[in-house]
Design a protein around this ligand. Structure first.
Ligand code: SF4
Ligand code: SF4
Length: 147
């Protein structure tokens, strides 16, 4: 008998629900990207007023580079119920983060981030189902020096 049951996440909607009850990656890592992704540049979509310039080439989401990071675009309470208020216009690191790997294992950075917030580790696996979405993208954590 399995003493430590694993939750099976079966499709993209399941991943989305999982993340909407977590959100710690938006409150742990610096979310940085090429400044040209902001609306300050032609074709950019990330609202520039929600970002700060780090150097000539890089911007980050406001709030994500502070001592206790929290992206300004995150709404809700982490570990309970959260959402991204600029989901359609979120920057590339938020789109490219793989929550699960090809074997269905949770990205270890998720539980590393949860531990920083005193939240219990997620014990989940992803199992794709034919004909349903199997991929969503969320922030790529950037580990800050010393974190
Ligand atoms: S830390 Fe992982 S599980 Fe939690 S919201 Fe981010 S991607 Fe989803
Ligand atoms: S997904 Fe949204 S709330 Fe989370 S870090 Fe990216 S922009 Fe911020």
């Amino acid at each position: 008998m399995q003493s430590n049951p694993t939750t099976i996440v079966v499709d993209g909607a399941g991943v989305e629900a999982l993340c909407q009850s977590c959100g710690v990656c938006c409150s742990t890592f610096r979310i940085s990207f090429y400044w040209g992704e902001t609306t300050a540049a032609e074709g950019g979509v990330v609202p520039v007023e929600l970002t700060e310039q780090m150097n000539l080439y890089r911007s980050c989401m406001k709030g994500s580079s502070q001592t206790k990071p929290r992206c300004i675009a995150l709404s809700g309470n982490i570990g309970e119920s959260v959402s991204c208020t600029i989901y359609e216009n979120r920057p590339s690191p938020c789109r490219e983060y793989d929550v699960f790997d090809a074997q269905g294992e949770l990205n270890p950075r998720c539980n590393q981030a949860r531990a920083k917030h005193g939240l219990a580790p997620l014990n989940v696996r992803f199992v794709p189902v034919a004909g349903v979405p199997d991929h969503i993208t969320l922030p790529t954590p950037e580990i800050k020096p010393g974190s």
